[in-house]
Design a protein around this ligand. Structure first.
Ligand code: ASP
Ligand code: MG
Length: 442
């Protein structure tokens, strides 16, 4: 069985949802994972924000606007009064439920319930549309199988057992539909897999049932070899290794959530990125196989801060890096790039919430300097160190750009450059010109 995940933009109107239903129907029995309709989760976040600020009128206004949008959606989606009225009743009960939170104390617990409503609605809408078309689809509620453990990690054993049970209870269904993003935590409370987490749901579900393939349907033709907003004539990359895709997803390619990679990779289930608007296009296939000798793509991650710690004490000392890293750990800040010399270390972070405290602590060990407004440019492909000439090609491509840091050799799939934000565009363009428009590398 395949898992098909459709993102919010693929569901942004009734016409789009009908189109999605058509795509589902072209295939055999599958599990369809849905995000909320485009912008819904943002609106639910906004509603929660009003409620945190104890402004029920503000919240009510937005709730009513959102409800109107859903009523029109439902009216365009369904033809028959019978199904329409049933779905309108369901919509009403969800919106009344959201409204009930305007009258009470509002905490994270309630917020998580509010945020879950988007996926709870989109799945019911597709179910009703398919039903009206005479297709027997069944909603398998994510809240009955998707669960995280006490460390907020997916409880994969529970997920597999519950999901298997639920699927076999509805063996006669032609298609299964379930909510992406939402789950319960170890205490049974409604929770979620963080923003953009529907891709993660699809991957966890695919791994749990040993799916034949996980398809992520969005509105672009797969991952591109560079960022189309800055570089002309970018091309979709047809195949990627999981590790290449992970680097690209983390370093800027928005099409796939980085958390989606690991469960599929461990279970060795291919992930295919497809385009709802152009279903015949080949998209991108992500799997455990590597294409030898090819540089695949370039991506950029913005708003990076570089930190340099220079210390005479580092010379011939051991344990220095550990002390430096511990400071970042104690301030719950992830490090992206690291380069070292005998007397200094430079590293980068993207979350600067605790920057002041970090710098304060680092000053105990040496002289600290900071550079903001930096960008990591990440080049991905078969960059195993034993291959000759590839890293050289990438470095040659940025020969006119001042490079603050280079990271190579950490994995077999990547080389990263840290440059100033103002140099990002020309670095990306030059990399495309040298790496992808060069006939040697085709
Ligand atoms: N609806 C959720 C969000 O907007 C999850 C997702 O779309 O993947 O973050
Ligand atoms: Mg999404």
């Amino acid at each position: 069985m395949k898992v098909l995940k459709f993102g919010g933009s693929s569901l942004s109107s009734a016409a789009r949802m009908k189109h999605v239903a058509g795509l589902v129907r072209q295939g055999e029995k599958s599990i369809v994972v849905l995000s909320a309709v485009a912008d819904t989760t943002n609106t639910l976040v906004e509603i929660s924000d009003y409620l945190y600020k104890k402004n029920p009128e503000g919240a009510n206004e937005i709730i009513s606007q959102l409800e109107q949008k859903y009523i029109s959606y439902c009216q365009s989606l369904l033809q028959t009064d019978e199904y329409r009225n049933q779905l309108l009743e369901i919509l009403k009960s969800h919106f009344d439920y959201i409204r009930s939170f305007t009258k009470d104390f509002f905490t994270l617990f309630e917020e998580n319930i509010v945020l879950s409503q988007g996926e709870l609605l989109s799945t019911r809408m597709l179910e009703f549309y398919l039903k009206e078309q005479g297709i027997h689809s069944v909603v398998i509620p994510a809240l009955e199988f998707m669960r995280t453990d006490k460390n907020s990690e997916p409880d994969v054993v529970y997920i597999r057992e519950q999901l298997t049970k639920l699927l076999s209870a509805h063996e006669d269904a032609s298609y299964y539909i379930t909510e992406g993003f939402i789950c319960r935590n170890a205490y049974g409370e409604v929770n979620n897999l963080k923003r953009g987490g529907s891709d993660y749901s699809a991957s966890l579900i695919g791994a749990a049932i040993q799916a034949e393939e996980i398809q992520i349907w969005t509105d672009i033709d797969g991952m591109h070899n560079n960022d189309p907003r800055f570089v002309e004539n970018t091309m979709p990359v047809r195949s990627l290794h999981f590790d290449e895709a992970a680097e690209l997803a983390y370093f800027g390619a928005k099409i796939l959530h980085p958390t989606c990679i690991l469960p599929a990779k461990l279970a060795n289930i291919p992930v295919r990125l497809l385009n709802t608007l152009e279903p015949e296009a080949l998209g991108t296939l992500i799997s455990n196989s590597t294409d030898k000798g090819i540089i695949k793509a370039v991506a950029a991650k913005d708003a990076i801060t570089a930190i340099n710690i220079k210390s005479g004490r580092m010379l011939l000392a051991h344990g220095f890096l550990r002390k430096v890293f511990e400071i970042f750990e104690s301030h719950q800040t992830a490090i992206d790039m690291v380069t070292t010399s005998e007397v200094a270390v430079s590293l980068t972070i993207d979350n600067i919430k605790n920057l002041e405290k970090i710098v304060d602590d680092l000053r105990k060990f040496g002289t600290v300097t900071i550079e903001k407004e930096m960008v990591i440019i990440c080049v991905v492909g078969d960059l195993e160190w034993k291959n000759v000439g590839f890293e050289n090609k990438a470095i040659h491509a940025v020969k006119d750009v001042p490079v603050r840091m280079i990271s190579y050799g950490g994995s077999n799939y990547n080389i990263s450059f840290l440059v100033k934000a103002e140099d990002k565009k020309r670095a990306l363009q030059s990399l495309s010109a040298h790496l992808f428009n060069d006939t040697d590398n085709k």
